[in-house]
Write a protein that binds this ligand. Structure first.
Ligand code: HAS
Length: 549
């Protein structure tokens, strides 16, 4: 791809990995605090570190990396960016970076220890929310710049379906923009006036609901770029075309439709929402599982086709014929495998009454470490191994490939240990998000930690292995960005693996965005209008937050 586009993508990756470094350091501290092995100095507290860990890894690392992937793939599949698209991408990048720096400074200086969900009535400095708002605005500017590039392509190719990578990028961007409306509304009209003291109170139920209107699709904003890699990168590496272009596009459309009107499944234990609307959103949540099941189906189809092509015989013989020695494939395969228990756990969480058992326990922490923390993060690692050398034109040597295997192997072991412990502890009843690591030596808490996997040593070992793995990854990043020798011979250049996708049988309506955005808004209206009106009507008298004057 063009040199200017490479530079833009590399800057995004650079910021992503700086956030990753600080975020994983915070994660390591986290593990030792929870084991009572570390006493923090007075200026640093548990919630501050937990906020830094959540925001920098789940929000900042992911978003910058995702944009780097979009930029590289859009430039590769639709052609080099024009000067306007480049300029707006840079403006968006700078705004996003400014927001990130402002929010991070607030967290580090102890003025925003409100965790990544920033639930009211926890209050941060007003500047923290300004930082978040800038971050979102920056991401919108970049999003619109990429959509502009796509529109230009469509104008030049009337009546043609766009390449699968571009289609998926645009779907993810549509999802992101619709999702952000909720967080923008609560930050601009509730948190900022409240945190700066312009109003005295805030409508808590409304702020939480607007947050989760955003918070759930946020997890699909992380997941969909990983799915893009699974749909378009994996088949190329294993030597088959995309299994079904139409299925892949339909899965992404279903995410636009069903990932937003489901936020209440994070609020099932809240008294301020009626059971009817909770149940309604639970049903929609079960709809959003379908595109993931479709994805699982087509991944298995890819593997079987590839394995049989390579001579695999019998019912499962194809399994051994996959390119296991290629770290670009193995990393993504492990990422997918983690999503089987990760997704199953999600289904448990969403099952209304079952949520009562797991809500606010360490189970949830286990759940998101085997969704965003491994399927998504390890897919991004698997992409990192080739995307940085691809962008810098440096070699990815055999030694680096070996290190990459050690890196994903250690991440796998560390995550299995840590997340299994978290799931078990959660089922036993251990709450999440508490600085009292031994739960004040409560007798039942002390029993929880007697398990083979739930004892302090195993958890500390798991967390430390993860940290070492993260450092190894940063070593690989620095080597492929700055130090590895430049590729000279044709075979030394690292490729962007992009599979062929046959669009012949794909219905044209799949790319008629008006239809899908229209249905998405209709579903949102049905799922949210009445309960939101109720929240506003039921707000305590005198509450001056947004819409409750
Ligand atoms: Fe979740 C809480 C429900 C998916 C992230 N989730 C969270 C939180 C995070 C998070 C961060 O209903 C905590 C929020 C907080 O701080 O409070 N989640 C779901 C459901 C799904 C789901 C139904 N979550 C995700 C994804 C995430 C993520 C994806 C990040 C990227 N989640 C919940 C609920 C809560 C929740 C409640 C609130 C709980 C509470 O009470 O607080 C579904 O999307 C899952 C569908 C997925 C599948 C899996 C399909 C499998 C595939 C892999 C195929 C593998 C192959 C490999 C082919 C059904 C695609 C072959 C391998 C071999 C081994 C052979």
């Amino acid at each position: 791809i063009a040199a200017a586009d490479r530079k833009l993508a590399l800057w995004n990756i650079g910021v992503a990995y700086v956030a990753f470094l600080i975020g994983t350091l915070a994660g390591l501290l986290q593990v030792f605090i929870r084991n009572d092995k570390l006493v923090l100095p007075a200026w640093l507290d548990y919630y501050q570190i937990l906020t830094a860990h959540g925001v920098l890894l789940a929000l900042i690392f992911t978003t910058f990396f995702i944009f780097a992937f979009f930029i590289t793939g859009m430039s590769k599949s639709l052609g080099a960016f024009g000067p306007k698209v480049l300029l707006w991408n840079w403006i968006g990048f700078v705004v996003m970076l400014a927001g990130t720096v402002l929010a991070t400074v607030m967290i580090v200086s102890g003025k925003a220890s409100v965790l990544y969900t920033f639930y009211a009535p926890l209050m941060a400095s007003g500047w923290y929310y300004v930082g978040l708002a800038l971050f979102v605005v920056g991401s919108w500017i970049m999003s619109f710049a990429l959509v502009g590039h796509y529109m230009k392509w469509r104008k030049a190719n009337p009546g043609e379906l766009s390449p699968l990578f571009a289609f998926m990028t645009v779907s993810t961007i549509i999802l992101w923009i619709i999702a952000c409306l909720g967080v923008v509304a609560t930050v601009l009209f509730q948190y900022i006036p409240w945190a700066f003291g312009w109003v005295d109170t805030i409508n808590v139920e409304l702020s939480r609901s607007l947050f989760w209107y955003f918070g759930h699709p946020l997890v699909y904003f992380w997941l969909l770029p990983a799915y893009m890699a699974w749909y378009v990168v994996v088949p190329k590496i294993i030597g088959v075309p995309v299994f079904s272009d139409a299925l892949a596009r339909l899965a992404f459309i279903l995410f636009i439709l069903f990932s937003i009107p489901v936020g209440f499944h994070h609020q099932l234990m809240e008294p301020g929402i009626s059971n009817f609307w909770k149940f309604f959103q639970v049903v929609l949540t079960f709809m959003v599982i379908i595109p993931s099941l479709m994805t699982a189906f087509s991944m298995f189809a890819n593997f079987e086709r590839a394995g049989r092509k390579n001579g695999g015989k019998g019912l499962f013989g194809w399994f051994t014929k996959l390119p296991w020695k290629d770290v670009r494939f193995t990393s993504l395969f492990i990422a997918m495998a983690f999503f089987i228990p990760g997704g199953a756990g999600g289904i448990i969480n969403a099952s209304f009454q079952l949520n009562e058992i797991v809500h606010n326990t360490l189970w949830i922490v286990g759940h998101f470490h085997i969704t965003v923390g491994t399927p998504v993060a390890m897919t991004f690692m698997g992409l990192t191994f080739w995307i940085i050398p691809y962008l810098t034109g440096r070699k990815f040597s055999k030694t680096m490939q070996k290190l990459a295997f050690i890196q994903i192997g250690t991440w796998t072991v560390g995550m299995i240990l840590m997340s299994t412990a978290q799931h078990i502890l959660g089922l036993l009843g251990a709450p999440r998000r508490t600085a009292f690591s031994n739960y004040n030596n409560h007798p039942s808490a002390l029993e929880w930690f007697d398990g083979i996997l739930t004892n302090h040593v195993t958890m500390a070992v798991g967390g430390s292995i993860l940290f070492l793995s993260a450092m190894l990854l940063l070593y690989i990043v620095i080597m492929s960005a700055f130090i590895s020798p430049k590729a000279v011979e044709a075979h030394e250049f690292v490729e962007f693996p992009l599979a062929e996708s046959d669009k012949q049988a794909t219905p044209k309506i799949f790319e008629d965005w008006k239809v899908w955005i229209g249905i998405a808004f209709a579903l949102i209206l049905v799922a949210y209008a009445v309960p939101i009106i109720q929240m506003i009507q039921d707000a305590p008298p005198g509450s001056k937050g947004f819409i409750t004057w």
